[in-house]
Design a protein around this ligand. Structure first.
Ligand SMILES: NC(=O)C1=CN([C@@H]2O[C@H](COP(=O)(O)OP(=O)(O)OC[C@H]3O[C@@H](n4cnc5c(N)ncnc54)[C@H](O)[C@@H]3O)[C@@H](O)[C@H]2O)C=CC1
Ligand SMILES: O=C(O)[C@H]1O[C@H](OP(=O)(O)OP(=O)(O)OC[C@H]2O[C@@H](n3ccc(=O)[nH]c3=O)[C@H](O)[C@@H]2O)[C@H](O)[C@@H](O)[C@@H]1O
Length: 437
């Protein structure tokens, strides 16, 4: 048994780190200020829709290798390593809100065990390690930067199978200590802290730019007559480009890609470095969301006022119940602002969601969302949408057009049901006259 690992913050990153570290054989104490969350976790209730996470939490709770706490003083003083997995949301001016990290670091100044290592897993602006070291004022405690690259929906898998571990540390013993906690064959890259912090923003922003480029190519294909699927397959075979993150969609979203791209732009501006590339990626993303609304208008051959739109998928990607910065939010808001009636279904959203039902009706099935609709709009590529009973759905719809922003549906299969699929990145089809009742 290794020395105790403390994890502060029990959200996506924290709970995954806690369960993952327990799985790697460490004794883990996990702390969160959300008393309700901790109470639920102690009773085996994991609220995150993450495959295998509930099972692992239950297993190591039962073994006594994992425990949950609400107070830092009950967890931190015994820990040789303290992972900070705290939120770093955007602040109003798009800089990073460091309140949670600063508050906890302040407390660690008195609570941290002598010779312990504090590991910052949160995404934090370059220079944070140096600033927190000053705040901590503990010569016997080392602060290490260790950004996390997991994706929602596969958080545990990604944590246990990392493509690389990045460790930013001034002290090689501390870097070695953190690396050996992971017991992984993945490459371990040791850098200075500021570079490690930058690697995280640079990665997310690069993915955002790549996605913005894919969506731009999709639009260009519509105008030139090229086929986006073939074009992206063609460029993806070039190993200098790579095939991943090339699927077009209604815009990229989620809790991190938009926030971190905006943050890096703001960080650059604060240092006097303008980054037009990032500004363009963000502008392109807003443009692509607006474009989806235009495609719907074009498909209906008319104004949206009074139309019923059945939306499939609201989360920013399948396999999660997370709506943060989901492109479906601005798109459905724009549809509602044009006085369309929006009825949405998402397999990840079983309970009412605060704020969501102001501009749309959240239904509990695809059949309910599409009943009587003039047009179906697929926004999230939940796998089950491909195999919906499109024959019976078509019979319930008033219109006969499906706008597929993820190029997920088989147009031939839907054609058998009498439906016309308008995918992204294919030449604009001469859509049939809209079927109405
Ligand atoms: N969600 C993701 O997929 C990824 C997130 N990140 C980064 O990791 C960090 C954490 O993100 P998430 O886990 O998504 O956030 P989250 O919002 O899911 O979880 C944060 C947790 O910290 C708790 N917390 C807040 N203040 C606290 C305090 N003073 N003491 C103890 N607990 C406190 C909250 O109650 C919450 O449970 C952020 O910097 C994020 O950018 C990095 C990689 C992936
Ligand atoms: O820092 C973070 O929080 C994380 O942000 C992203 O992970 P995640 O937010 O879970 O989402 P992704 O799977 O990357 O998808 C982001 C968005 O891009 C879209 N996307 C992704 C891939 C693609 O080919 N096409 C596409 O439109 C998704 O639909 C989604 O809206 C990064 O992929 C993680 O490496 C990172 O750790």
């Amino acid at each position: 048994m290794d020395k105790i690992v403390a994890v502060v913050g029990a959200g996506y990153v924290g709970l995954t780190t806690a369960a993952g570290m327990a799985h790697l054989g460490h004794r883990v104490v996990c702390v969160d200020i959300d008393e309700q969350k901790i109470d639920r976790l102690r009773h085996n209730h994991v609220d995150l829709a993450e495959p295998n996470l509930p099972e692992l939490v239950a297993r190591y709770l039962r073994h006594g290798r994992l425990s949950f706490h609400t107070r830092l003083e009950h967890a931190v003083p015994a820990a040789a390593t303290v992972f900070l997995c705290l939120p770093t949301p955007a602040s109003p001016e798009d800089a990073v809100d460091m309140h949670a990290i600063d508050t906890v670091t302040h407390r660690l100044a008195t609570l941290a065990r002598p010779d312990s290592t504090i590991v910052v897993k949160s995404t934090v602006p370059p220079g944070t390690n140096r600033r927190l070291t000053d705040l901590l004022q503990r010569d016997d405690v080392t602060l290490v930067s260790n950004p996390e690259f997991l994706r929602e929906g596969s958080s545990l898998h990604d944590f246990l199978n990392p493509q690389r571990i990045v460790i930013g540390a001034h002290c090689s013993a501390a870097a070695h200590h953190v690396a050996q906690l992971y017991a992984t064959d993945a490459p371990v890259l040791t850098t200075d802290p500021i570079s490690a912090e930058m690697i995280k923003y640079a990665t997310n922003s690069y993915l955002a730019m790549k996605l913005a480029y894919s969506n731009t190519l999709a639009e260009l294909c519509e105008h030139t007559g090229a086929n986006i699927t073939d074009v992206l397959t063609g460029i993806g075979h070039d190993s200098r480009i790579g095939a991943s993150y090339l699927r077009p969609g209604p815009g990229w979203g989620g809790p991190c890609l938009p926030k971190d791209t905006r943050a890096l732009l703001a960080i650059g501006n604060a240092t006097g470095c303008d980054i037009p590339l990032l500004r363009a990626a963000l502008e392109a993303n807003a443009h692509h969301q607006r474009r989806v609304v235009k495609i719907v208008e074009h498909a209906l051959h008319r104004q949206l006022a009074g139309c019923h739109i059945g939306v499939l998928g609201m989360t920013f990607k399948p396999g999660t119940n997370d709506l943060r910065d989901s492109p479906a939010l601005p798109i459905t808001t724009m549809l509602a602002a044009r006085h369309a009636h929006v009825h949405a279904y998402d397999p990840g959203l079983s309970t009412p969601v605060a704020g969501l039902t102001d501009h749309l009706t959240l239904t509990t099935s695809a059949a309910e969302a599409l009943a009587g609709c003039d047009l179906a709009l697929l926004l999230t590529d939940w796998p089950e949408f491909a195999s919906l009973p499109w024959n019976s759905l078509a019979a319930r719809m008033r219109g006969n057009i499906v706008v597929d922003t993820r190029n997920q549906l088989d147009p031939t299969y839907l054609a058998e049901a009498g439906l016309h699929v308008r995918a992204l990145g294919s030449p604009l089809p001469d859509l049939p006259a809209v079927r109405t009742a």
